[in-house]
Design a protein around this ligand. Structure first.
Ligand SMILES: Nc1ncnc2c1ncn2[C@@H]1O[C@H](COP(=O)(O)OP(=O)(O)OP(=O)(O)O)[C@@H](O)[C@H]1O
Ligand SMILES: [Mg+2]
Length: 143
């Protein structure tokens, strides 16, 4: 894909930073990159998945808003125990938008989860993943 290297690096490192921050020790973080066809367009696809506490379906839109941080309620990560401004995902959302792409949070399908499981690490299966799709042809306003 064509895009702004610095901004894409910022977006991906924010997502990986979150995974490292919110997944308890012994957890598992998997990053996948590949391509996909959407009609006659090529899409670059990056997925960052983890087997931490996850983000509940009701929160999956608001986490991308500025200053949103998880609390101790529900199945949110105990964000009050970790430092942060609640800006990371808002920045990621902005950067992906500049590249005409999309980012969403999905549940990890069982088959993929089984494939990602290594016996020696945590027994827990991945809960969710951030999925980024960016059209390959688009230079992006950020380029
Ligand atoms: N991988 C994850 N697992 C569980 N919860 C997550 C994960 N990533 C993000 N979250 C939740 O989404 C909230 C918003 O994330 P975001 O990256 O925007 O802010 P932050 O990590 O709290 O602070 P900052 O990134 O500004 O340092 C987090 O506070 C956390 O509750
Ligand atoms: Mg963050």
């Amino acid at each position: 894909m064509r895009g702004n290297r610095l901004l894409m690096r910022e977006a991906l490192s924010n997502l990986i930073d979150n995974a490292v921050k919110y997944v308890p020790p012994g957890g598992r973080i998997t990053v996948r990159a590949g391509g996909e066809a959407l009609g006659n367009r090529g899409m670059a696809v990056v997925m960052i998945e983890d087997n931490g506490p996850g983000i509940s379906p009701q929160r999956r839109e608001e986490v991308f808003k500025r200053f949103f941080r998880g609390d101790r309620q529900g199945d949110q990560a105990p964000a009050t125990q970790t430092a942060g401004a609640g800006l990371g995902l808002a920045i990621v959302h902005e950067i992906i938008g500049l590249h005409h792409g999309t980012i969403r949070i999905e549940d990890v399908p069982a088959a993929d989860a089984a494939a990602a499981q290594a016996p020696a690490v945590s027994e827990r299966r991945p809960t969710m993943r951030f999925v980024i799709r960016i059209p390959c042809e688009a230079a992006g306003r950020a380029a």
